[in-house]
Structure formats: structure tokens, C-alpha cells
Design a protein around this ligand. Sequence first.
Ligand code: HSE
Length: 433
Amino acid sequence: MRKCKIGIIGFGTVGKGVYRILKSKNDIHPILKDIEIVGIAVKNINKKRDIELENNLLINDPYKLIDDPNVDVIVEVIGGTDIAKDIILKSLRARKSVVTANKAVIARYGSEIYSEAAKYGVFVLTEAAVCGGIPIIEPLKRSLKSNQINKMVGIINGTTNFILTKMTNEKADYKETLKLAQKLGFAEFDPTADVEGHDTADKISILTELAFGGAVNRDSITTEGIEKINIKDIEYANKLGFEIKLLAFSERNHVNKEESLSLNIWVAPCLIPKSHPLSKVDGVNNAILIEASPLGEIMLYGPGAGSGPTAASVVSDILNLYASLSKNISSIDPLLAFNYWRDCHIIDFNQISKKNYLRIICSDTPGVIGKIGDLFGKNDVSIESIVQLDASKNKAEIVVITHEVSNGKFEKSKKEINRLSEVELIASQLSCI
Ligand code: HSE
């Protein structure tokens, strides 16, 4: 069997992890020795690196690898969007299969990239783009395809889960913990993508497309991050029997007259009952619960970020590609074939229906809980619980948890509550499952 020759573009956390696995002495698989690195494209060849490299592998022009007829597979691990997209498309057009860990590009340009791959008879594999080391892309593309997937709920960003776990268990400082996540190689180059929820939205967009078999508009996903989460909310949530996690939610709604599948998708910090399996997912771990028929419910769990786990997913894609290249299979993966995709659309923010948590700071006067309850009732919002958790200096903190309700009705009630003379501030709002 001839060797599989790869060009790696980018040599950061994931690129170095890929190199380490390919050069590893571990007993991984005999075919690992048939993967040959032709070159590694980096911005600065002379930069000091914490890894020993074989001579002459580093080059600074990624397009040399794309144009090299000896290269079979391009591994794109530079991150970012514009240059990475160009690299992926040019590689496919040069009839090279691509392995990428880039969720930002796949979430935004997946349709274009998948159809270009089909046009040129090559593959684009993306296991490392979602949930680091957890196999989730290939199961959705293959093993679960005999089911109707109804719902996916997950913790799919390692950085934010790491931060929230440390804030919960150690009362750690938000900014310090984010710095630690960056140092450990969990966070994105620009960590606002993690903490503002955009990385999670990219990932749930990719998973949704595979699970429901149709392209979605990534920019219509209602997205909230963890920047505003207060230690107080974590403490109150704990007292009431919940953990706070950044969740991604994607659910099949119904097919409308135009035959378009409507989807309920959102990303938000969420109170999860301590009895729920996702509440036990701590640190950099990720987990995704999938509800499907006839299968029932499964949960995939494991390390969601970091050099080793993410690189392991990249290398498994390289090995899968090698297996197909060496058998000379040229037809593109039919389960990803774009021409089978259906029309999907994401429902409007006001129609999204979920449970909510609200922390209200108000004057500690008789009847205030009643007034809040009345306004919710008037707007058809049913309350699951309402408690006064702290009262000092004539001020009270009231925490309300609602039953499931549309965002439209909830936001209207919130505005009216905010206008009550007793209410000083709506201090925080979170989602609940
Ligand atoms: N920044 C991402 C995370 C890396 O924290 O989950 C893995 O995609």
C-alpha cells in the first residue's frame, strides 16, 4: 500500500497534538506508519516552539502544500475564517481531501464546502470541529442515521464548562479562570468566541445540519454567553437544586406547508436539575444527549477541548481517509451528500419556548411577590417556584422559575415587572431545563 501524504496547515495547539500522535511510540495502529508528513505550513518558521521537529518540515507558504502533487490530504488547523475557508476550498479544487478542526468555517460555509468536495470527488472530514475528542460527527453521519433524531441538548464548549465548574466548586474568579483555560489550550485564539457562546453556536449549527439533514442559517441561532453570570446566581441555583451550564439546544419542531422543517435552536446559560445527567459534566468535559426514535436516549461524553483529544479526532479522520484512498474509493460519502439535504429553518426568538430563571431586586414590602405573580399570570406565564432568598436593608432578592413558556410572553411579563415601583432591578435572567 502506498503511503498517505499529508500537508499540515497551522501548528498551534491542535497541529502540535497531531504531530505528536503521528510520531507517537504508542501502540495505536500499524497504518499510522504509512502516514507521511510532507510539510507543515506556519506563519513564522523561526518562532521558538515547545516541540522537537524533524528537519525541514516547516514552510511558510500553505499554498505550496496545496499545489504539491505528492500531497493527498490537507489538514487545516489554523483556525479563523477567511484564510481557512480559502485554504479548504483551494485544497478541494486541487482534488485533495481535507481534514479540519475549524467549526467557525464549517458552520458558516459548510454547504459550499460540502458541495465543492462532492464536485471534485474528494472528502472533507470534520470530527475534531465539535466536542474535541468525543466522536459525534461520524455517529451522526452514520451509526445514528437509521433513527429520527428529535432533540439534542449538550454542553459543547470546554472552556466555558471549565470556568463555570471552577466558579461553582471553588468560587474561582471568572477572569483568572479564563486565563487558565487559555494557558491549558482549551480556549480559542480569541476567547470571546467561547465566553460569548459563538463557538457553541457554531458547533450546534454543524450538529443540527447532520442530525436533521438540512442546511441552517447559523447567524439566526439565538446565542447568549456566560460573561454576565454572577457567583450569586450560581449559589442560588445550587441552593434550589440546580447547576449552571452553558447549553446548546436543538429540537425538531414541525414541517410547515412549504415542507421546510422548523427547528428550535438556542445557546444559553442554563439551570440544570442536579438529577439530570448533564449536571454532572464538569471541567473541560463535554456531553451531548441525543433523543431519537426508535433508539431512545443516548449521551456521548468526554474531553471537549485540548491538544490531545482534539488531535486524536483529527488523526482518526486522517486514518479513515487513508483507508478510503488506498482502496481508491472516489465517490463522496452519500450520507453527507448535499443533494439529499432538505429545507430547514430556525424558528423566531419570540416563538422559542423554554423555562426561565429570573432574579429580581426589589423593596421588601408586603404584596410584592403577589404583584410579580399577578403580572406573570396576566401574560399566561405559569410559575414553577418563587422564593425570597435574601432580605437586608429593606431590600429583597426574589428568584422566580417559570414553567415552559414562549420567549415572547416571558419578555412581555419581564418588561411589566420591571415597571413596578417596588422593583429596583432585574439582576439576571437565565434559561432552565
Ligand atoms: N475552544 C473550544 C472549547 C475548543 O473550549 O470547547 C474545542 O472546540
